[in-house]
Unconditional design. Structure first.
Length: 266
């Protein structure tokens, strides 16, 4: 009987030890991005942009060119890379403090311009690496180092729903929110990341995927409890779902002609 390999490490994902905390969702998200890079054959033309935060060591995990940006400036750097060489496939990998707080200006204007890049946004509701401070996505009542009594919407406002916000820009072709707390949702997250890659491949506009992920260290929970917290608390505050997909129209308009169809009848 010949054994067939059905699962293995993506070629674009480097073989090395991880620095992420046990139970963190970054490892799963990294694998999904690497699978997408392999699937679309982007190894030789991809450039990843990573800002300060847990994603800062992206170059240790992906066997593609990477560049570090200042905190919050990943999308500005990505814009420069893509405009200087439009043949590149440019993606950013950002956290909530970076994309939705320090870099919110870059996020909004990059989306509004419709830059042809792909954004993978990891939302773990806290500044994960820099001290556990409140992020724009911190949940009401959630305790952080800067909200020791819990986030108050009266004084700190409500969590920002980035996937919905991004869907409102004409320049964004695809926006979806997914999670990685169990196998079924990991598979859904893979589909979303592939779809966001396609938005750039087809030059349709920006592709945006928000990934809900646990930060076990700052939640001060076991991995099991942190995953349950994402499923029960985060998904209630940030509903999973597809918020925009204009690729379908693009694909319809560019589909191969079917002989004898009404649309092409003489």
């Amino acid at each position: 009987m010949v054994m067939k390999q059905v699962f293995g490490r993506p070629e674009t994902l480097c073989d090395g030890a991880t620095h992420y905390c046990g139970g963190c969702g970054h490892g799963v998200a990294h694998r999904l991005v690497a699978e997408a890079l392999d699937h679309f054959g982007l190894h030789d033309k991809a450039v990843g942009v990573a800002p300060a935060g847990c994603s800062v060591m992206l170059y240790d995990y992906f066997d593609v060119d990477t560049i570090e940006s200042a905190h919050g400036r990943a999308l500005a750097v990505a814009t420069g890379m893509k405009r200087a060489n439009p043949s590149l496939f440019v993606f950013t990998y950002q956290g909530d403090g970076d994309l939705a707080s320090i870099g919110m200006c870059e996020t909004i204007h990059t989306a509004n311009r419709g830059e042809k890049i792909t954004v993978v946004f990891i939302n773990n509701a806290v500044y994960g690496m820099t001290g556990g401070q409140m992020a724009p996505t911190t949940l009401p009542g959630q305790k952080t180092t800067t909200t020791p009594l819990g986030r108050s919407t009266a004084t700190e406002g409500a969590p920002i729903k980035m996937a919905e916000l991004m869907a409102g820009f004409d320049g964004v072709a695809y926006s979806e929110r997914v999670a990685v707390y169990d196998a079924r949702h990991v598979l859904r997250a893979r589909k979303a990341i592939y779809r966001a890659f396609e938005s750039q491949i087809h030059q349709a506009g920006m592709g945006f995927v928000e990934v809900l992920s646990p930060c076990v260290t700052n939640l001060k929970m076991s991995p099991e409890k942190a995953q349950a917290w994402v499923a029960e608390e985060m998904c209630a505050a940030f509903p999973l779902g597809l918020f925009k997909d204009t690729l379908s129209q693009y694909e319809k308009e560019n589909a191969p002609a079917v002989e004898g169809s009404d649309a092409h009848a003489s």
